[in-house]
Design a binder for this molecule. Structure first.
Ligand SMILES: NC(=O)c1ccc[n+]([C@@H]2O[C@H](COP(=O)([O-])OP(=O)(O)OC[C@H]3O[C@@H](n4cnc5c(N)ncnc54)[C@H](O)[C@@H]3O)[C@@H](O)[C@H]2O)c1
Length: 261
């Protein structure tokens, strides 16, 4: 079994400005810090302001600065304010990582009420639409193209039991990613998605709390361990970097081989 490797500090994002949504916890926090480690100026956006502020505090001493900005990705005005903050504080926008999500677990279609469906779609899918809609003009105005990386899920590539609204939203994220890639490629905007499998964040607390379930899901992972946030951050940074300049519209699965089993 090989453990996760920490992203290098090659300063790949010096002079670049990145927004990460859902940056107050889990993979969003890890990715925001990874961008700052590589020299980016970062807006850590989250509905949970104290969480985003903890991320900003953890970035002290890194090459890039991290600003915490309270943002509800389901709210158009809030998302526009997030983009405006990036441009007014740092002067430009190069990268948007749409990572925030909300979804109730353990619900098939007939168990899901309309509020749960609507809120899941609003945060997890409409939030990605609003982020792209607000960021693309700012990226174009910045004059250096742009890279968008949307967090989908292996559950949106295949499926996942009793997770209907989430699976639908993540399938939508993968499709929307392709649409954005197609429509804005000529203007220098690339758009890709990353589809994590089981990653050790607060979101999987119910799995962590059940040793039998944890052992079963781990047994389904070809690499023999659940993922760590840095495993996904590494791929997000690659997709956002110039190294991925010939990739757009792609969905990269980062699941330790789970879909193979
Ligand atoms: N952890 C996993 O196993 C896993 C697997 C596949 C995909 N994902 C995806 O990875 C991404 C990150 O998940 P995580 O595991 O780090 O979760 P997490 O719960 O640790 O973090 C999610 C963050 O999103 C924020 N958020 C919720 N609603 C918001 C809103 N309306 N506006 C702004 N921020 C909001 C939360 O406050 C939280 O900080 C999500 O898109 C999730 O669907 C996670």
């Amino acid at each position: 079994m090989t453990g996760p490797s920490v992203a290098s500090s090659g300063r790949r994002f010096v002079g670049k400005v990145a927004i990460v949504t859902g940056a107050g916890s889990g993979m969003g926090r890890e990715t925001a810090l990874a961008f700052a480690r590589e020299g980016a100026e970062v807006v850590a956006a989250d509905i949970d302001l104290p969480g985003a502020e903890q991320t900003a505090a953890a970035a002290e001493g890194l090459p890039g600065t991290v600003h915490a900005v309270q943002t509800d990705v389901a709210d158009a005005a809030s998302v526009q304010a997030m983009v405006d903050h990036a441009v007014s504080a740092f002067g430009r926008l190069d990268v948007l990582h749409n990572n925030a999500y909300w979804a109730p677990i353990g619900l098939s279609v007939t168990d899901t009420d309309l509020y749960q469906w609507d809120r899941t779609l609003a945060v997890t899918l409409t939030g990605v639409f609003l982020g792209c809609r607000a960021a693309i003009p700012a990226m174009i105005a910045s004059g250096g193209g742009g890279a968008i990386v949307n967090t989908a899920s292996a559950a949106g590539v295949a499926s996942s039991p009793r997770f209907a609204a989430y699976v639908a939203a993540k399938g939508g994220v993968i499709a929307l990613t392709r649409s954005v890639a197609l429509d804005y490629g000529a203007q220098g905007i690339r758009c890709n998605s990353v589809a994590p499998g089981l990653i050790d964040t607060p979101a999987i607390a119910p799995v962590r709390a059940d040793p039998e379930r944890l052992a079963w899901v781990t047994s389904k992972l070809v690499v023999g361990r659940i993922g760590q946030p840095v495993d996904v951050a590494n791929v997000v940074l690659f997709l956002a970097s110039d190294e991925a300049n010939f990739m757009t519209g792609e969905c990269v699965v980062v699941d330790g081989g789970r879909l193979l089993t």
